[in-house]
Design a protein around this ligand. Structure first.
Ligand code: MN
Length: 254
């Protein structure tokens, strides 16, 4: 089996190293990832400036592009044949609920799904977000990589629907505290939406956006709840974002 591995934390991130090492059990692994961190790059493609590719080791390429660029370059240029499997991650931090729209980790898997390649996004969720009041703990990438392989193994014989991929979030807990794997819907997370205004040394104003995490919409059978309860969440995502019920209602107006 040919496996393509990418991420948005950059080619030197511990999460991609753990995932690539784990995937060696499945077959031939090629790593194509951004040369630096591109978290929250979303599904951007670089169309207006040149891209660089650096072969850092055999079958390991760092690119100057976004995560989606990495998948594009891999499948349309670097690889001699399409991969059997595309995996993205393991991201340092959650990609739960609404995060999937900003995430570069998820975008890499989505770009592969656009080409109907079987793909997965894997993210490791900070314990301080799972258990409020807890201090952040070192990320257990080896535990997460083992669980990633388990999710892949349990879906190996399944054919995914067209343009559909799996978004997997793993709580950063010791293996024995992880309660199982649950298939759940995408949830909804809240952030404070801060804007911080400052002045540069010449007195010119500049701005930092992005606030703290405030929690998730409770009461749903969703990824945020499952991970909060100590389960690995598996959510099938697809490209078509049409709201089916409102689509029907709206059609009645025109
Ligand atoms: Mn990231």
């Amino acid at each position: 089996m040919k496996v393509l591995v990418s991420n948005d934390d950059g080619i030197e991130a511990p999460g991609i190293l753990a995932l690539a090492r784990a995937c060696e059990k499945l077959g031939e692994v090629t790593v194509v990832a951004p040369e630096r961190e591109r978290s929250t790059a979303g599904h951007s493609l670089t169309l207006h400036k040149p891209l660089r590719i650096l072969e850092v080791a055999p079958r390991q390429y760092a690119t100057s592009g976004s995560p989606a660029d990495c998948i594009y370059l891999s499948t349309r240029f670097l690889l001699s044949e399409p991969p059997d499997l595309v995996v993205s991650g393991i991201n340092r931090g959650a990609n739960l609920g609404t995060d999937v729209h900003y995430s570069g980790t998820v975008a890499a898997a989505r770009e592969a799904a656009l080409m109907n390649l079987k793909s997965y996004a894997f993210s490791l969720v900070d314990i301080a977000q799972i258990r409020p009041g807890h201090q952040p703990e070192p990320f257990r990438y080896e535990v997460a990589a083992g669980l990633a392989l388990e999710v892949i193994a349990r879906t190996e014989t399944m054919e995914f629907p067209a343009h559909t991929f799996l978004n997997v979030n793993i709580p950063n807990l010791p293996r024995e505290e992880i309660r199982g794997i649950k298939v759940v819907r995408q949830g909804f997370r809240y952030y404070s939406g801060d804007v911080t205004e400052r002045a540069d040394p010449r007195g010119k104003r500049y701005y930092w956006i992005g606030g703290g995490y405030l929690g998730f919409e409770p009461g749903l059978e969703c990824d945020c709840v499952a991970v909060g309860d100590g389960f690995v969440s598996v959510t099938p995502l697809t490209i078509d974002c049409t709201h089916n019920d409102f689509y029907t209602t709206l059609k009645g107006r025109f």
